[in-house]
Design a protein around this ligand. Structure first.
Ligand SMILES: C[S@@+](CC[C@H](N)C(=O)[O-])C[C@H]1O[C@@H](n2cnc3c(N)ncnc32)[C@H](O)[C@@H]1O
Length: 247
């Protein structure tokens, strides 16, 4: 693994925890993703289109952030467990879901010992896996806690766009990149992985790809954020997978 920013000492097990754990950032993030272009009008419609019939299902929201998915899933009849490593995100998810979800502060880089084998019908992990150091370990844990035939739905940065925005390194290596999140005035670190690394992790952890989306931005996005719409309709920003646990 290589790292673009050589001058900073980075704890790879807690990548971006200093940002997600900051109260001001967490509250600002919670507000913005309710209406912004990239989350509300691009990421969320695509992820929700992959979640069919949540009612009556046991669902893990892995990296729940401020609880938008947890609360939507609970409202739609799912029995939800939500995990995040940020105390602030856990607080916001508890506020948003009330008593309707089990909310646990935990680091997804570590084994989820507090969850039973084959406990869940579905895992939703929206925009989280690029903060995880060892994807094989995480996907093995996801496999363990899912029932056979269960679904793992996740989104992440699109490898094509991530590399074209950070062309200095080597596409074929996993690298830490730092994105300019100008609307928050921060630089957000994450792991950029080549597509074949993602694919081999999926295969080696006994999942099969059922659906893969490179979505177009919505009409609402065009009307409200035309400049972003123009970019998103020509370049895939995120990539979306629905996987099935084979065994
Ligand atoms: C971009 S936000 C997405 C939040 C939520 N899934 C959504 O789409 O609204 C990423 C979330 O992943 C969490 N996260 C990142 N690394 C984590 C880790 N190692 N363990 C647990 N949570 C993590 C962050 O705290 C943050 O809440």
């Amino acid at each position: 693994m290589t790292e673009n920013n050589k001058n900073k000492i980075i704890n790879l097990d807690n990548l971006a925890l200093d940002i997600y754990g900051d109260r001001n950032f967490a509250e600002s993030y919670a507000r913005k993703i309710e209406y912004n272009a990239h989350n509300a009008l691009y990421e969320r419609p695509a992820t929700l289109s992959l979640i069919k019939n949540p009612s009556g299902k046991k669902i893990l929201d892995a990296g729940c952030g401020p609880g938008v998915y947890s609360s939507w899933l609970s409202d739609n009849g799912a029995c939800v467990t939500a995990i995040d490593f940020s105390e602030e995100m856990i607080r916001l998810t508890k506020e948003k879901t009330g008593d309707s979800a089990r909310v646990i502060q935990a680091n997804l880089n570590l084994p989820m010992d507090f969850l039973e084998d084959e406990e869940f019908d579905m895992i939703v992990s929206s925009m989280v896996i690029h903060y995880i150091k060892d994807l094989r370990k995480l996907f093995s844990e996801f496999n363990r806690v899912l029932k056979t035939g269960g679904e793992l739905i996740f989104s992440t940065g699109h490898p094509f766009t991530d590399y074209s925005l950070h062309p200095g390194g080597n596409y074929f290596e996993t690298e830490i990149i730092n994105d300019d999140w100008s609307s928050y005035n921060i630089s957000m670190p994450s792991f950029r992985r080549p597509l074949n690394e993602l694919f081999s992790t999926i295969k080696e952890t006994d999942f099969r790809i059922d659906e893969l989306l490179e979505p177009q931005p919505s009409e609402e996005c065009r009307l409200k954020f035309n400049d972003i719409y123009e970019i998103l309709s020509r370049q895939p920003w995120f990539i979306f997978f629905k996987l099935i646990k084979e065994k």
